[in-house]
Design a protein around this ligand. Structure first.
Ligand SMILES: NC(=O)c1ccc[n+]([C@@H]2O[C@H](COP(=O)([O-])OP(=O)(O)OC[C@H]3O[C@@H](n4cnc5c(N)ncnc54)[C@H](OP(=O)(O)O)[C@@H]3O)[C@@H](O)[C@H]2O)c1
Length: 281
């Protein structure tokens, strides 16, 4: 298949290029090739290529930045997604929209399934929910892939930040105010590969299995990396967080498993594979 990956230089985009590139012809586009906030040009560029699948992995993801600059958040995450959905619809392409667990408020004690009511707490989550709705409304051939807390092979990713803090400060300071499912981009890219083979369009929760706090994640990373530095639990405000975050967002991935016959691994497996790959480079 011919697949256009938009946001191809980002953390997930790079991994999508690596994983999907082994089996498919790719158009790997980022802001230098296509600005998704430009409706006419986005439609024209994709109409000229007519890919079978367009993956929207372009985003303004900085939570604090989205709070202070909501215009930018909505322009890229909502209007940009709308433009790509229009382009997909006009080019006859299927669309993959990468969505987020931050569309939920984290107040539920049970895991969120695909019909749970979204209620985002911040501008990032609100603009992403708008982007998801535009994608599904405009392009009926849309997979919305709701995922969470990604880590992958880009500088300053979460695993690297933990290891750097241990190296520099001799201690890693992390909060315990959130429970989420850390998801390795390699595993998510594989999951998207399985999903686009089904033709079964719709909304899918697609995260690693299991969940942890930031401190729990750091502890596991240090242990796997053979480090002995301690993890110190701190208030969320101490690590510079201002945007509201959901406290417990765990997504129920049953539907993805039923439709694809695949299961994403436990998050700890993602950390192990990340570290194994990082040590080779
Ligand atoms: N990161 C997470 O923890 C997380 C969690 C849940 C869901 N997600 C979702 O996963 C997807 C990928 O996230 P990511 O972490 O890989 O993001 P990322 O690393 O920031 O990658 C996004 C890419 O999109 C590019 N971009 C920004 N504005 C654009 C525009 N107007 N036109 C074209 N490209 C543009 C960015 O370029 P610049 O860098 O130059 O701006 C960047 O290369 C997003 O949909 C995000 O909402 C992420």
């Amino acid at each position: 298949m011919k697949i256009a990956i938009i946001g191809a230089k980002g953390m997930l985009g790079r991994e999508l290029c690596r994983v999907l590139g082994t089996q498919h012809e790719l158009l790997a586009w980022d802001i230098d090739e296509i600005d998704i906030t430009d409706r006419a040009r986005t439609i024209d560029l994709l109409a000229a290529e007519r890919p079978e699948v367009i993956i929207n992995s372009a985003v303004f993801v900085d939570l604090e930045g989205c709070e202070t600059n909501p215009d930018k958040a909505w322009r890229i995450n909502a209007v940009g997604a709308q433009n790509l959905a229009l382009a997909a619809q006009q080019a006859g392409s299927a669309l993959v929209y990468i969505s987020t667990d931050y569309i939920f408020d984290g107040r539920s004690e049970v895991d969120y399934d695909e019909v749970a009511q979204p209620n985002p707490l911040n501008q990032y989550g609100r603009s992403k929910l708008a982007g998801e709705r535009f994608s599904l409304q405009i392009c009926p051939h849309t997979y919305s892939v709701r995922t969470a807390w990604l880590f992958g092979h880009v500088p300053n990713n979460y695993v690297e930040r933990v290891l750097k803090a241990a190296e520099k400060d001799g201690v890693v300071r992390m909060p315990v105010d959130q429970l989420e499912s850390p998801t390795y981009t390699g595993h998510l890219a594989e999951a998207i590969l399985h999903l686009i083979a089904t033709g079964a369009f719709g909304v899918y929760n697609t995260t690693s299995l299991g969940y942890c706090t930031r401190a729990g994640f750091a502890q596991f990373v240090l242990q796997q990396a053979g480090r002995s530095e301690p993890v110190e639990i701190v208030e969320a405000s101490a690590v510079g967080r201002k945007a509201k975050r959901p406290s417990r967002v765990v997504l129920d991935c049953r539907l993805y498993q039923l439709v694809t016959g695949q299961t994403l691994p436990q998050w700890q497996q993602g950390v192990k594979e990340y570290l194994a790959k990082a040590s080779q480079t």
